[in-house]
Design a protein around this ligand. Sequence first.
Ligand code: AMP
Ligand code: FE
Ligand code: FE
Ligand code: ZN
Length: 288
Amino acid sequence: MPASFVDLHCHSTASDGTFPPRQLVRLAKEANLSAVALTDHDTIAGIADASDEARKLGIDFLPGIEISCQYPRPGTMHLLGYGIDPNSAVLLDMMRKLITGRDERNEKVVETLQQQGVAISMHEVQETAGGDVIGRPHIAQVLMRKGYVGSIKQAFDKFLGQGGSAYFDKEQLTCRRAIEMIREAHGIAVLAHPVQLRKENFAQLEGEIKNLVDFGLGGIEVIHSDHRDSLIAELQDVAKRFNLLSTGGSDFHGSNKPHIQLGMAGSRKIPREYFDRLRAARASASAH
Ligand code: AMP
Ligand code: FE
Ligand code: FE
Ligand code: ZN
């Protein structure tokens, strides 16, 4: 059998990606992936379409979500929830709260930009986003379209990122609560792109992972577009020692992250076994 590859981390227009869920799944099929997981920020609004398209095209699918957690600067902590039940009341309630927190943050960003003489409106941002989950990449798109910046990256450097002139944090859950909620929604909690915790050394990173394991973490994203080979090897080792699942994904966002290609984490692909083990773990978790 030929080697088979998957992508377990991607974003659609339901959050801050630029391809609608169905089109994303078609791209996965065209890239010869045998499975894909949709992991939009704070929403499962794209799951029904993506899952239906995957069934039609004969590729395997796992529902997912990505949640930002409270974490000291300059790091950021994101958790992925795989196999979550889309009808879970806990999950729906959490999504509503997170989206409200975003809306409040976005208002502050746009007002601050206006005070700085940048003529953009919340209405333009909403139109650009198209869905309920409105994020900084949408604001960045508007800034780019109106000529205030030349790229999404520049929008983050100058205005929207930590250190930018209109940076605001959104209301976030603690990692403990986020893991609890993912598990209450019958999902498996996975630490996304551990490199973004920006730990000073590997011992500190390992300590943080251990802390999350105590709260119920089920896996770590070993392969990711931001991970170098040496980190991937270290994370694989930690996963083995803590008995965690290894996952991997590109973190594809379409043209909001133009350097990232679906199914590719840098020059690496994500092995099919990551998907199979995750799906099997999800099945045995819900059997209990
Ligand atoms: P938000 O969830 O609205 O706070 O925006 C965070 C999202 O912005 C991340 O998930 C990325 O998709 C994107 N992002 C963060 N930093 C950058 C950057 N420097 N360049 C491009 N996109 C970024
Ligand atoms: Fe994003
Ligand atoms: Fe993330
Ligand atoms: Zn992501």
